[in-house]
Design a protein around this ligand. Structure first.
Ligand code: CU
Length: 131
């Protein structure tokens, strides 16, 4: 299944194949403008999902599920956005809210090739956020 809004589709066309990049939510409505939480699992040695697209203001929860030490360090963020990343963890969770639209590339500095991208979509215009 590939549920994408027009905005995500435009972004996806630039860099991604059509993949389930919209993180699961408790609402059961994927990719809707009112999704405010997303999850990324920190595994040995990859991020799952590797690509996540969220709305501005979304709280992204990184949850450590592997047995090795990992961190989340941002290597490229949109202009004006923070590079704040996580400590090295084995268990637990690290949460960050993403507000500035654009692409956030991150990596685990302990394992080469362990990378992910969070895409914060542009604020929806002409759509009711249904808050
Ligand atoms: Cu790692």
């Amino acid at each position: 299944m590939c549920v994408l809004t027009g905005a995500v589709a435009a972004i996806a066309a630039l860099a991604f194949v059509c993949a389930p990049v919209v993180a699961r939510t408790g609402s059961g409505k994927q990719g809707q403008a009112n999704d405010k939480r997303a999850w990324v699992r920190v595994m040995d040695n990859f991020f799952d999902p590797r690509l996540v697209a969220v709305n501005p203001g979304t709280k992204v929860n990184f949850v450590w599920k592997g047995t090795n030490r990992h961190n989340v360090r941002f290597t490229k963020v949109p202009s004006g956005a923070s590079r704040r990343g996580s400590k090295i963890l084995i268990h637990g969770r690290w949460t960050r809210t993403f507000t500035v639209p654009g692409q956030y590339h991150y990596t685990c500095t302990l394992f080469a090739g362990m990378r992910g991208t969070i895409t914060v979509k542009a604020p929806a215009s002409g759509q009711s956020p249904e808050r």
